[in-house]
Design a protein around this ligand. Structure first.
Ligand code: B12
Ligand code: SF4
Length: 473
């Protein structure tokens, strides 16, 4: 039987949020590993991003050092199939790591999967002769078939070279909710991680122009069975009881009964305080109360824009009045939320930027009073840094990743993409601009917006030096 090694790549070596990002275990690979193991395949995971900033030693390693380690590891373990994952930001480091892997095991089959290469299969195979195939979309079944010795032409979702040409095999059916396994936390040293993201669904029925996910996980929401969610939490917490849970579910409000079931499961596991994330219309008063009762201390909500025109142009299926309604609900229930906005979406103008700031400040007006009122209690529960992060509005820049409608058709969206230096697609660097407002103007506005949130804090007489922790200039 063929032996599989799955690798999580490092991040680009540039000033960024590496210290934070390396605290998450590689979720996608843990699903694949569990699927393979359940089917009797010998599989191993190597998290090389975690090696970039090790805990608790705080040792940091360069990508070159990690390449050396990967070579050594592969020579020792001799895998037959090497699979690496990548997002857009980690694509370039991922290609460097598998180059080293192929040098160490020239006969191994090297494949790459994940949200970036799914939409860039030809570019990847043209740029990287050391990669044998790209696995597009959900990867569990395809890599399983590969491990059973099936040749590329017979495996769905695979793109591979055939002489001079590149062949894209058709995409196969998605896993059923029951087939989605419990991620293999036990294949990693969980004591090295701080967070676990709990994903209870796969798939999305929306079409936001800046998101590629429905093209990977499908347009139908697949709800994972509650007993598996319960077992997942038990497994993760048994390996590290201090793990902080982040419950991410875009559609809490769409299936409220099921969301309540999931929250009951979370509560029953005594996870302590946890954070969650959802779409604005994912939340109802009922769910909010239930979240609070289960121990949720903060919700991240992707509001994205304060302009109805921009929201509509980007197919967000939400309105500004809904955003304000949600903000009110949080204020009434004295619950912290942190509102995320994207600056520079298609359709953005100087005027819509101002509208976004106006709504962002209204969101602050719905959360800072709760901070002020419950200040002492909150300090007993979380650090200054977290209080700031959990209550402010925050602003990111658009990264039009491959697969998104904006990337596929920028002219239609009146948007200009500057370059494809993927390492800069970090949502904090300008990589493009809408036709009606320039990238430098948007960057300036971002500074102004953060400053306005800071001034709002001052108005509530909240210690402003907290801001030092949260400001991404
Ligand atoms: C949780 C999450 C995070 C968490 C933690 C991630 C983790 N390790 O758990 C945190 C908060 C750290 C995070 C950070 C960021 N994130 Co994030 N995140 C997510 C989220 C919501 C879930 C990830 C997940 O677990 N998915 C579930 C698994 C099953 O899906 P998957 O990873 O795609 O894997 C499947 C397939 O892609 C494929 N596959 C993947 N790898 C491989 C490898 C092989 C060999 C094979 C065969 C198949 C295969 O098979 C897998 C199983 O079916 C996704 C959205 C989403 N729903 O996926 C965004 C998402 C991945 N994040 C995104 C972004 C932009 C970011 C940030 C850049 C944001 C920022 N500015 O800081 C950073 C950097 C992330 C990075 N690694 O590059 C984008 C990435 C887009 C892109 N093209 O790169 C996504 C897709 C959201 C979006 N729609 O835009 N994120
Ligand atoms: S951003 Fe839009 S398309 Fe993407 S997962 Fe969320 S709701 Fe769905």
């Amino acid at each position: 039987m063929l032996k599989v090694l799955l690798i999580d790549p490092p991040f680009p070596e540039r000033p960024w949020d590496i210290k934070w990002l390396t605290q998450f275990p590689p979720k996608g690979l843990m699903y694949i590993a569990a699927y393979l193991r359940n089917a009797g395949v010998k599989v191993d995971i190597l998290d090389t991003k975690q090696m970039q900033y090790e805990r608790p030693s705080l040792l940091s390693r360069s990508i070159e050092e990690i390449q050396q380690f990967v070579k050594y590891y592969i020579e020792e373990h001799k895998p037959d199939i090497i699979g690496i994952t990548s997002t857009t930001i980690s694509y370039i480091p991922a290609t460097k790591i598998v180059k080293a892997a192929k040098e160490a095991a020239p006969n191994a089959i090297v494949v790459i999967g994940g949200v970036h290469v799914t939409f860039m299969a030809h570019e990847t195979l043209n740029e990287c002769p050391w990669i044998d195939a790209v696995i597009r979309g959900e990867g569990e079944r395809s890599i399983f078939e590969l491990s059973q010795g099936k040749p590329f032409p017979q495996i769905q979702n695979i793109s591979y070279r055939n002489g001079e040409e590149i062949v894209d095999n058709p995409i196969g059916p998605l896993l059923s909710p029951e087939e989605i396994p419990i991620p293999a936390y036990d294949m990693l040293d969980m004591s090295k991680y701080t967070y676990v993201v709990l994903m209870c669904t796969r798939g999305c029925p929306h079409n936001c122009t800046f998101c590629e996910l429905p093209l990977i996980h499908g347009r139908v929401i697949r709800c994972r069975p509650s007993d598996k969610i319960s077992q997942e939490l038990e497994l993760a917490l048994s390996l590290n009881p201090k793990l902080e849970i982040r419950y991410e579910d875009e559609f809490m409000g769409l299936y409220p009964e099921r969301t309540k079931q999931v929250l009951d499961v979370i509560k029953s596991k005594n996870v302590g305080q946890f954070r969650a994330a959802t779409r604005p219309d994912g939340i109802t008063e009922d769910i909010l109360k239930k979240l609070k009762e289960a121990g949720c201390t903060n919700l991240y909500i992707g509001m994205e824009s304060g302009s109805d025109e921009v929201l509509k142009f980007n197919k967000r299926a939400i309105t500004v009045s809904k955003i304000l309604e949600i903000a009110e609900m949080f204020l009434r229930n004295e619950m912290l939320f942190h509102a995320g906005f994207i600056l520079g979406l298609p359709g953005e103008t100087k005027q819509t930027l101002e509208q976004t700031l106006d709504i962002a400040l209204k969101c602050c007006d719905a959360t800072f009073p709760t901070v002020k009122k419950n200040f002492k209690e909150l300090l007993g529960m979380m650090s200054f840094k977290l209080i700031v992060e959990n209550s402010r509005a925050e602003f990111n820049l658009l990264a039009p990743n491959p697969g998104t409608e904006i990337f596929r058709n920028p002219e239609k969206f009146r948007y200009k993409i500057f370059h494809k230096n993927w390492e800069l697609y970090d949502c904090n660097t300008s990589v493009g601009e809408p036709y009606d407002v320039s990238a430098p103007e948007i960057e300036e506005f971002k500074k102004k917006a953060f400053k306005a949130v800071q001034d709002k804090m001052k108005k509530y007489n909240l210690p402003v030096n907290w801001w030092d922790y949260g400001y991404k200039g």
